[in-house]
Design a protein around this ligand. Sequence first.
Ligand SMILES: Cc1cc2nc3c(=O)[nH]c(=O)nc-3n(C[C@H](O)[C@H](O)[C@H](O)COP(=O)(O)OP(=O)(O)OC[C@H]3O[C@@H](n4cnc5c(N)ncnc54)[C@H](O)[C@@H]3O)c2cc1C
Length: 503
Amino acid sequence: MGDGVRKIVVVGGGTAGWMAASALAKVMGTKRYSITLVESEEIGTVGVGEATIPPFQSFNDMLGIDENTFLKAVNGTFKLGIRFENWSKPGSDYFHPFGVFGVDMSGINFTHYWLRYLKAGGPADFGLFNPQTLAARRNAFGRSQEINPNFPGVTYAFHFDAALYARFLRQFSEKIGVRRVEGRVVSVAQNGESGDITSVALGDGQTIDGDFFIDCSGFRGLLIAETLKAGFSDWSHWLPCNRAAAVPCEKTMPLLPYTRSTAREAGWQWRIPLQHRTGNGYVFCDSYLSEDQASRLLLERLDGKALAEPRILKFVTGHRREMWKNNVVALGLSAGFLEPLESTSIYLVQVAILKLLKYFPRGDTGGIMRDRFNTEMLGNFDNVKDFLIAHYKLTERDDTPFWTYCRTMDVPDSLKARLEAFERYNMSLVTDEELFREASWFAVLAGQGMMPKTYHPLADVMPEDEFKWRMDRVRQGTEGLIQGMPGHDVYITKACASQPVPA
Ligand SMILES: Cc1cc2nc3c(=O)[nH]c(=O)nc-3n(C[C@H](O)[C@H](O)[C@H](O)COP(=O)(O)OP(=O)(O)OC[C@H]3O[C@@H](n4cnc5c(N)ncnc54)[C@H](O)[C@@H]3O)c2cc1C
């Protein structure tokens, strides 16, 4: 690591703050570098953000955290994908699974072969070629290697209790030398010439100085926005939801191994199954529904008894124009928020931490490293944005003003190009760096009702007999992956039933 930066200050102790503190302390150590995290219990955290995607596994690996230990501490469950209900029209549903469909053959993506199969009269159910989908349909879960060591793993992520996760990471970080300071930052000092932040002052009179600051203060962006005025790109014309009513309810059985996303009159409702409760929220746009209405409708639609009063969270979709400015990097909600539809926020925190480590300032805080970080992070936000907008745009719903707006709204040119390429050629124009790959675009676009008109001509080269034989084998192989898989709840009871960390 380069010279110059020694004292790192993390402002904020939500998921982003504690993820940053633990990762930096683990990788950089706390002898050469000092890492201090300031948080205010009085302000609290956003407290939602309980569904993840598969790359999260590698964050645990990086910290050296055993998966079952983590799941026990956070009341976690496994997630195989998201079930979308009522999105393309009321009564419709589809599954966006993790992982891929089938196996690519001769360098051609499997979905092209599936389109050939469909044309030849095969079943119109591409979920038959994805083990995550098959397991989700049966509420089953198992790490496949434990069931049959010859099988590749089932692709999964987790649902967890956000408050317990922050507590878990706090214990982890403090054990490896992160200093936690309780208090409310009331003022920020800057170098008169460079504008770099030099220290933050707390309400009790303490001053914490640093060479480099990580802003994890949530939506307000205490350092990146309020102090450094990094500017904001507002995407609410494409992603119009700007409120969420959130409430936990009693858990229901069986414990589903997936998130449910149900489109509602002015947005959508999430259901996240945890070991001890279900997390629920109604994400909506307040131009079409009031906060009181959303809270009431959410309470009416819970699967179990509410365990609290609904809480309203306000947000604007978009991102800071610069996520690294001067000697401040913004992570988490202070960097931006694209809405929770595909559980990408915690992933973007993870990506930003890895990039911060890669481009850590050497001797100074600006220049090449900062520009590279900003360019790459903006690219990440951009790609995720297109994928999310597609869910809203590709609907047939005309039953409420909200859905009429979404269906008829103009979308970014990049998304227009993807939709055209998909519909004409079954191509989603995915680049190597993108999070959502061909399988995800296929699952969501086809799930929303857009079926490609043609497929790759090379998928027709294989002789009919061989083609049929291969497709049957792939289908049987997929089925074989989940043979013997126990129920999700049975697996959890055996592997990782909750043992919360003491307060
Ligand atoms: C409705 C909703 C649903 C979501 N669902 C998902 C999901 O399913 N999956 C997913 O990946 N992400 C989800 N997210 C996003 C996820 O919640 C966040 O990315 C994640 O929790 C990180 O939040 P944070 O740490 O940036 O902010 P916060 O949790 O808001 O933490 C901010 C921290 O800053 C501190 N702070 C603020 N001001 C001061 C001050 N003046 N002095 C000292 N401390 C201060 C606070 O005390 C707190 O510790 C969701 C977000 C919302 C709004």
